[in-house]
Design a protein around this ligand. Structure first.
Ligand code: HEM
Ligand SMILES: CC(C)=CCC/C(C)=C/CC/C(C)=C/COP(=O)(O)OP(=O)(O)O
Length: 304
């Protein structure tokens, strides 16, 4: 389902309606970042016990993240109905009731918590629960309608997956996972504000105080540019800290420079097409950056 789908689109089959509530593409990247956190937490290839933890950790985090997304759709039923980008969602169209969405979210979240608590460890279960509350309640209910800094503060929960992954394999929260968390935290504002620039009318209609609505297009473009610089600096930390070697460093520099280039062009002259490209690139940026961490981890372990 793409961003231009609307309330006029044909209805989805029932199982696709439930799947749509889980925001599968966003959650895929979240789970990918958590899985990388897991694999980086052990020196070489995982042994059998570590592989078991990684498998159940991935399943549990996937389930709870999907539950959080479904809970967000339930809370934002009326907001989603007012925005072109989200009006197609089954909750916004009234095809799934709030009760159905609530039961679905509770079943996924409950199953995920059980998996994490019983088959991974209680620390991962409670950190994941905290992340659920951070996104589904603190961001969605409190911050989103309140302040244009909503996604900066709320972004902390989206940044948690590597910490959850690390905790799943080691039973603790290492400084390395905090660095990965910081990277996603700083990546979130340029990721989201690029989209908010070309979806500004949606957000204004829904009455949400996103940065382009409250502070305008030009100010938002400047913020995006500034964040891409700070983000590039933060992406050097895994190398500085000795977690990764030149292969990751080179990837981080190339990806960071490209993100700055997009942000710089957008800052110089706005166009909707460029804002869309910048948003799309943000997803490539994070995906490839985390992939580079993993490739570096396995290919060049002796270089660190
Ligand atoms: C508070 C933090 C965040 C906000 C406000 C945000 C906002 C958004 C929005 C509004 C979309 C468009 C979704 C759609 O049209 O269905 C989107 C797409 C996306 N986001 Fe984020 N995001 C955040 C954090 C994250 C994080 C942490 C990740 C992954 C680690 C992520 C990955 C993605 C991906 C992969 C897409 C593309 C989905 C698609 O192609 O359908 N986002 N984000
Ligand atoms: C337990 C765990 C790992 C939870 C992860 C939480 C989570 C799903 C974070 C992703 C952030 C996200 C989907 C933002 C979309 O913004 P939005 O909700 O404002 O977008 P919308 O306008 O499309 O609803």
């Amino acid at each position: 389902m793409n961003a231009t789908s609307s309330a006029a689109a044909p209805s989805l089959s029932p199982w696709r309606q439930y799947l749509a509530l889980t925001k599968p593409r966003v959650v895929q990247l979240i789970v990918f970042c958590a899985a990388i956190g897991m694999l980086l937490a052990v020196p070489g290839l995982p042994d059998l016990e570590q592989a078991r933890l990684a498998l159940w950790g991935t399943v549990g985090i996937w389930l709870v993240a999907s539950a959080a997304a479904a809970f967000n759709c339930l809370i934002e039923q009326h907001i989603d109905a007012r925005m072109k980008r989200t009006a197609w969602r089954p909750t916004a169209r009234g095809e799934l009731s709030r009760k159905q969405a609530l039961v679905f979210s509770a079943v996924l979240g409950g199953a995920g918590m059980l998996v994490l608590h019983e088959w991974v460890n209680p620390l991962t279960a409670w950190l994941t629960f905290g992340t659920f509350v951070g996104y589904a309640v603190i961001y969605t209910v409190v911050l989103k309608p309140l302040t244009p800094q909503n996604i900066v503060i709320g972004g902390a929960s989206g940044a948690m997956p590597p910490v959850l992954g690390w905790a799943a394999l080691t039973g603790e929260v290492g400084p390395e996972s905090a660095i990965l968390c910081l990277i996603i935290f700083l990546w979130t504002p340029p990721h989201f504000w690029a989209l908010a620039l070309y979806r500004v009318e949606d957000y204004a209609r829904a009455g949400l105080p996103m940065l382009p609505v409250t502070h305008g297009n030009e100010f938002t473009r400047l913020q995006i540019l500034l964040y891409t610089f700070v983000l590039l600096a933060a992406t050097l930390l895994p190398f500085v800290q000795g977690m990764s070697s030149w292969l990751y460093l080179a990837s981080a520099l190339v990806l960071g420079a490209r993100f700055i280039q997009y942000a710089f062009r957008l800052w110089r002259a706005y166009s909707e097409a460029l804002a869309r490209e910048t948003f799309r690139f943000s997803i490539w940026h994070l995906s490839l950056l985390f992939a580079a961490l993993l490739v570096d981890h396995y290919l060049l372990p002796w270089q660190r």
